[in-house]
Design a binder for this molecule. Structure first.
Ligand SMILES: Nc1ncnc2c1ncn2[C@@H]1O[C@H](COP(=O)(O)OP(=O)(O)OP(=O)(O)O)[C@@H](O)[C@H]1O
Ligand SMILES: [Mg+2]
Length: 366
């Protein structure tokens, strides 16, 4: 995509559930962009960035940091005796960009666009081909439905597309939970054509097997075929789970002072694996919720799944439908659930339902 830019704007939307490897892939994109002489600008967005002012501030800071990074790397090169390439800046002046966009443009859009324009200009002067913004957790910013409310996502997209229409080599990769797709559609109708969308999913059986066994090659450890089959079946192809099961099994083998990963070893390690999984992966997501939000979540363990339907939740949670609706909205905001379609929700973390069931069973057993 970068090679075809700026004639074809390099914009991508990357979505997927928790722990499927989006952030790892985004970092890989940053490295590849660097190899192609594009300057990567990587940032993880946060809920606190979800206002017009905050998004403008944080993206402006990112633009400034990018300019500094470009200049710094040039000094390092020069110190190493390699002369900086003489290169021109952008072919289009800021005046030409802004003049072509006066009509209907908000002043803050123009400010943001100017910061990005400057960063790209500096990058080009230092021999780069362009700048690519890589924004992780991008579902954290979204527009209010209300016209008079906050529209941070539109603000960002409008600034980027304003530059791209005059062929400024600026790319944008937005990455996050599946809610990002709907947020973009609501933000601006043209975003549908603006982004190439990729959904990151779990690995298939053969890939999961490879991910589990390849790191063991040359270590002297032997993993039983039955153990591989069992783990691959249980992790359902989710990268984070493969990693965790592999690491725990490795630790179990070290503790037992054996190089043979047998079904017996796996059986012995299993309770620890689930304890780790709950403590490291699931519980942090629940711990930050309010008691009322947790009530809805716990109540959802009794509903059929997938998906959760609002009508079933209204039956199993002891709260008013209006209240449940508000709490569901907050669970989405907190990234625990996402809305599949009207009245239907799913959990953002893989196998979250099984976790809830373990938790409810644990509470009842206490
Ligand atoms: N290609 C890969 N090679 C090695 N490890 C990987 C790979 N992809 C993902 N992982 C591992 O899987 C785990 C989850 O990856 P990552 O953090 O990128 O997921 P994510 O989709 O960004 O999750 P979240 O939505 O929670 O941010 C990490 O521990 C990471 O090290
Ligand atoms: Mg991530």
């Amino acid at each position: 995509m970068l090679r075809a830019a700026p004639e074809q704007p390099a914009n991508m939307r990357l979505t997927g559930l928790r722990g499927v490897g989006k952030s790892v892939l985004l970092k890989e994109f940053a490295d590849r962009a660097g190899e192609q002489a594009w300057e990567p600008a990587l940032l993880e967005l946060q809920p606190s960035h979800n206002t017009d002012r905050a998004i403008q501030e944080v993206i402006t800071q990112l633009a400034t940091a990018t300019r500094e990074a470009v200049s710094r790397s040039e000094r390092v090169r020069a110190a190493a005796g390699r002369a900086a390439q003489a290169a021109g800046g952008l072919a289009v002046s800021w005046g030409e960009v802004s003049v072509s966009y006066v009509a209907g443009t908000r002043p803050d859009e123009t400010d943001l666009a100017k910061a990005l324009y400057d960063a790209t200009d500096v990058a080009l002067r230092h021999g780069r081909s362009g700048v690519v913004l890589l924004l992780d957790e991008a579902q954290a910013i979204r527009d209010d439905r209300d016209r008079s409310g906050q529209h941070p996502l539109s603000l960002l997209i409008a600034a980027v597309s304003m530059l791209q229409r005059t062929e400024v080599p600026l790319g944008l990769v937005v990455c996050g939970l599946p809610t990002l797709t709907g947020n973009l559609l609501r933000a601006r109708s043209y975003t549908e054509r603006m982004f190439r969308g990729e959904e990151i999913d779990s690995l298939d059986g053969a890939e999961a097997e490879q991910a589990l066994t390849e790191p063991l090659a040359g270590t002297g450890a032997e993993i039983d075929g039955a153990v591989v089959a069992e783990i691959v079946d249980e992790v359902e192809g989710y990268p984070y789970f493969i990693q965790l099961w592999g690491a725990e099994l490795w630790d179990a083998a070290v503790t037992a002072d054996t190089s043979a990963m047998t079904p017996a070893l796996l059986a012995a390690a299993r309770p620890d694996i689930y304890r780790r999984l709950d403590i490291d992966f699931y519980e942090p997501r629940v711990a930050t919720l309010t008691p009322a939000e947790q009530d809805v979540l716990i109540g959802s363990a009794d509903c059929s799944y997938p998906p959760l339907t609002v009508s079933e939740l209204n039956e199993s949670v002891d709260k008013s439908p209006g209240n449940i609706n508000v709490l569901l909205g907050r669970l989405v905001e907190n990234g625990v659930m996402y809305r599949v379609r009207k009245g239907q929700y799913e959990y953002t973390a893989p196998k979250f339902r099984e976790y809830l069931e373990r938790r409810v069973a644990g509470d009842r057993g206490r």
